[in-house]
Design a protein around this ligand. Structure first.
Ligand code: ADP
Ligand code: MG
Ligand code: MG
Length: 929
């Protein structure tokens, strides 16, 4: 039982709480005992209320109140729900201080009663988890007084019925631990009574109920409370106050809150504070209102005050959606509120004051804030402020604007945008407004970022064909495999029923930066009928769906999209700032002109992985692939050499194209890596064609193909091992690289080709290959009369290479960690087969995170550190980078920064993320070089 464990902890910290000196902190009348920096003790809400009320630069109109510290919550739970000695007196004393600032109002006074709100507030905001009670202090005796005073019985009974609703729900039911079925809670039952009353009166809105209606309703409410909960609704103000305080402390250990804390990693010891505050009333009539706002638009980041309000309303009516909220100004107007009057129009003076407060607050907090306010008979009050949540584009825009406005330093700008927020800028997204009002059909894993919409197709061929007819499609598959790649390319997005974050679909989509949702539970695909069952609906081929790949959501229909990349200028500015901070370089993994230029535009400073075999896949690969196959199927050295000679011009041109785009930077070309058997054709006609081109019989060719077959090719004849068996293959590749570079250099381009040897585990392997490469360089250099700056290095992807790093560094000029294979080999997991059980491992918490997505810092990371250490002991300036998939993942980037790597290399779409992560790493852990 987690509760008893947390209680023990709580009890322990309660011992230290014995020293607890001050239990209650007052704010109001232009002064405050607490301030913004005391969130741990006063909770976020209490600390910010104190700041707004008491800071000399602010002194905002905050209704007076006081905060019971989080330490009291801890004490309460450690001491059988009791309070420390002296608390009662402290509360009474501070209540009296509120009264002094309230024009003669007294709590419980029949003639001139003060009402208060009792509000929760933890260190970190826990939206919707904890409770608040408004209008505390209304009783049979204080009601007549308040009516006489306000001459507004409607307002008084409206407040009363609200109090009964909140109090019975929060104090008498939830905090008392009364178990109810869903939708059978007391609050729901009271809401039914109110609906019935509205029906009887033939009205739609609660504002149309009269004073008498509400009075009758309050009576009905109390009867219902007694009937359902078996207790009277308390008619004593002090009983209401302490009941409310206890209920807020109790809500800290409520099921909802406990679960939420587990997910968010919030320790139970923190506790919640309780804020008791004089009520101000937004429900006193047409000249009163309540509202919420953001000091800037949280959806776009625009520097425009943004908010909503309701006339004649209280508390959370605005967010609860019982009436359509009005915009506070023109900038906040939406489709829904098109014809509604704004606050600026209705109450210009109050609006003006609010706008001035907004400016003051931003200047003071130097960030965008989320605020709550209430207007009582034309007078404005501030009830809450905190740093506001925002989406990616808004985060970037605000950070940059605030830098220009001198509200944020360069470092603050960098820290204010999270990597996933930046990611949102790189892809089109579903219009957040549309998303907020649409219920998703299903939820899967967020495998590829951004949003997309398209018509459903079920096969790769259909995707390609529909695309040719200029249709937008989403490819929906059980799972994808390499044969689907063309269809995946053609589709706007990919949705799969099965598979995890490392599934084929996820991997491919991430690499391309394409929107993708995988492992969407409850999806059923009927390929014959061409239908998709999801979320209780049956969709057909051609039906529109929309995906949010950043959150893993699937929607029906064709939703509105925002092109986030339109704001590229902002992205550039932001990345420039990051670049001025970071030390770790960011390179990219790319093989085509297109990918390379995209990465360069984002700021990539080199290529860390150019897979030479890439030219044998995809578009335009037919001819080189045929020649490669000839080479593979060659039996004699002569045959092979002649096939290699045919292959040479293709390879040289391919490399030349990328070297040209990347002029001025390093391009690391990796020698052939995959096992040859991967390229052996399976189709009969292809084999036939090959046989005749080689001048051998079909049977002979088949025999050779069989010979090449390996049972565990990923650990077989591949990488450097090919170059040892067939040195002529390495020679040809080196020649292609150097010739391409030499030609470009003669044309006036500055090029830096580096050659990387894969799958190395032995010193002799690299010595052998480096000799060959240097020899070829000598020949090319003499022939062309040029000198090239080049390096020869090795990939580090086998644990033995890590152990041998010191020796490898004797001949190698750089290391590059291939963390995909290194992770495979270190764990003994096959990346192709581990998806299934890794899911279990993650679910059961055996593994904290997927090591193929983020570097396993304690295991694989230790190998990396050791390698860096040993390598640099041999060669102090050894250049070291990483080119595995993890190279673009924020935590891994930070690890590489801390470990002293020179660069990370990642797919083009991840370059901006890596740039930001590197800059943030530098701010958190500064390093000199
Ligand atoms: P939450 O943390 O869920 O936002 P709050 O404590 O902020 O809960 O209160 C809920 C609602 O009641 C908010 O709209 C708030 O502005 C309003 N409210 C809280 N205290 C007062 C008060 N003293 N006078 C008027 N309205 C209040
Ligand atoms: Mg609030
Ligand atoms: Mg590898």
């Amino acid at each position: 039982m987690p509760k008893s464990a947390t209680m023990k902890k709580a009890r322990k910290s309660a011992k230290s709480a014995k020293k607890m000196s001050k239990m209650v902190y007052f704010f109001g009348g232009g002064r405050a005992e607490g301030n913004e920096s005391m969130k741990n003790l006063l909770g976020g809400k209490g600390a910010n209320l104190a700041e707004m009320a008491g800071h000399p630069a602010l002194k905002l109109p905050v209704p007076p109140g006081f905060t019971l510290t989080t330490e009291i919550c801890t004490y309460y739970w450690a001491n059988r729900r009791s309070y420390p000695k002296g608390l009662k007196e402290a509360v009474e004393l501070n209540l009296a201080r509120i009264e002094q600032l309230s024009n003669g109002k007294k709590f419980g006074d029949p003639k001139n009663p003060l009402l208060v709100s009792v509000r929760s507030g933890a260190r970190k905001s826990m939206p919707g988890m904890m409770e608040t009670i408004l209008n505390c202090g209304l009783t049979e005796t204080t009601i007549p007084g308040l009516i006489a005073l306000t001459r507004n019985p409607r307002f008084v009974y409206d407040s009363y019925r609200r109090l009964i609703m909140m109090y019975s729900d929060v104090v008498m039911e939830k905090a008392a631990g009364v178990e109810v079925e869903d939708n059978r809670g007391i609050r729901k039952q009271l809401e039914h009574l109110m609906d019935a009353m509205k029906a009887r009166r033939g009205v739609k809105s609660d504002t149309e109920l009269s004073a008498d209606d509400l009075k009758a309703l309050a009576g009905e409410f109390k009867l219902k409370v007694r009937e359902v909960l078996g207790k009277e609704f308390p008619d004593d103000p002090m009983a209401q106050l302490w009941g409310s305080i206890g209920a807020v402390f109790a809500s800290w250990m409520g099921n909802k809150a406990v679960k939420y804390r587990q997910i968010e990693n919030i320790p139970a010891e923190w506790g919640t504070a309780v804020n008791v505050q004089a009520m101000v009333f937004g429900n006193m009539g047409e000249d009163s209102a309540t509202g919420v706002g953001f000091t800037r638009n949280p959806g776009t980041g625009e520097n425009a005050f943004y908010g909503e309000f309701l006339e004649n309303a209280q508390g959370e009516d605005v967010v609860a959606g019982i009436r359509t909220p009005h915009p506070i100004n023109e900038a906040s107007r939406s489709e829904q509120s098109r014809d509604l009057k704004s606050l600026e129009q209705l109450m210009p003076a109050a609006y003006k004051e609010l706008a001035a407060i907004r400016r003051k607050l931003e200047k003071h907090y130097r960030d965008m804030l989320d605020i709550e306010f209430t207007i009582e008979r034309g007078v404005l009050y501030m009830l809450q402020c905190r740093v506001g949540k925002r989406n990616g584009p808004a985060a970037v825009r605000m950070a940059l604007d605030m830098h220009k406005e001198k509200l944020a330093t360069r470092e603050e700008v960098v820290m204010r945008v999270t990597p996933s927020q930046l990611d949102e800028l790189l892809h089109p997204v579903i219009d957040p407004k549309a998303e907020a009002t649409t219920k998703p059909l299903g939820k899967g894993l967020p495998a590829g970022p951004g949003g997309a919409r398209g018509m459903i197709v079920f096969t790769s061929e259909d995707a390609v064909n529909w695309r040719k007819q200029a249709k937008e499609v989403i490819l929906v598959r059980e799972e994808t495999n390499p044969e689907d790649v063309e269809g995946m390319r053609a589709a706007e997005a990919i949705l799969t029923a099965r598979g995890g974050m490392t599934s084929h679909a996820a991997l491919v989509a991430r690499g391309w930066g394409k929107c993708c949702v995988v492992g969407c539970a409850g999806v059923e695909i009927d390929l014959k009928a061409k239908t998709l069952h999801i979320g209780g609906e049956v969709l057909k081929e051609g039906d529109w769906i929309s995906l949010n790949g950043s959150r893993g959501l699937v929607y029906k229909g064709r939703m509105n999209m925002l092109d986030a990349s339109e704001s590229n200028d902002m992205l550039d500015q932001f990345l420039r700032l990051c670049n001025s901070v970071r030390r770790l370089q960011v390179w990219t993994n790319a093989e085509t002109e297109e990918d390379s230029s995209k990465a360069r535009k984002f700021g990539a400073e080199g290529i860390g992985l150019f897979r030479i075999e890439h030219m044998f896949y995809g578009k335009g690969s037919d001819e080189p692939l045929f020649k490669l196959r000839k080479m593979i199927m060659s039996k004699t050295l002569e045959e092979r050499r002649s096939a290699l000679n045919e292959l040479f011009p293709h390879m040289k041109n391919d490399i030349k194209n990328t070297l040209r785009v990347m002029k001025g930077t390093h391009v690391t070309v990796r020698l052939m890596d995959p096992p040859l058997h991967e390229f052996v054709p399976h189709q009969k006609d292809k084999l036939q064609e090959l046989a005749s081109s080689l001048g051998i019989s079909f049977e002979e060719l088949e025999a050779r193909a069989t010979q090449l077959r390996e049972s565990n090719p990923m650990m077989g004849h591949r990488g450097v091992r090919l170059g040892i068996t067939y040195p002529e293959i390495t020679e040809m590749q080196a020649r292609a690289i150097f010739e391409a570079a030499a030609e470009l250099q003669k044309e006036g381009f500055k090029v830096f080709p580096d050659i990387m040897i894969p799958v190395v585990s032995l010193k002799n392997e690299v010595v052998h290959q480096a000799d060959l490469i240097h020899k070829v360089y000598g020949e090319v250099s003499r022939k062309n009369g040029v000198k090239l700056k080049y390096m020869v290095g090795t990939m580090i992807e086998i644990p033995r290479a890590c152990l041998m790093a010191g020796q490898l560094a004797e001949t190698m000029q750089f290391f590059s960690f291939g963390t995909n294979d290194l992770t495979q080999m270190t764990f003994g997991y096959s990346r192709d087969d581990s998806g299934f059980f890794l899911k279990d491992y993650l679910e059961k918490g055996i593994l904290e995170s997927d090591p193929f997505q983020t570097i396993d810092q304690s295991g694989v990371g230790e190998l990396i550190k050791m390698t860096v250490d040993r390598g640099r002991r041999t060669c102090r300036d050894l250049k070291i980078g990483i080119c595995g998939e993890q190279g673009g993942e924020p935590a891994s980037v930070e690890f590489c920064h801390r470990t002293g790597l020179n660069y990370v290399s990642c797919s083009p779409f991840r370059v901006p993320i890596a740039i930001l992560s590197a800059a943030q790493a530098q701010i958190r852990h500064p390093r000199k070089k």
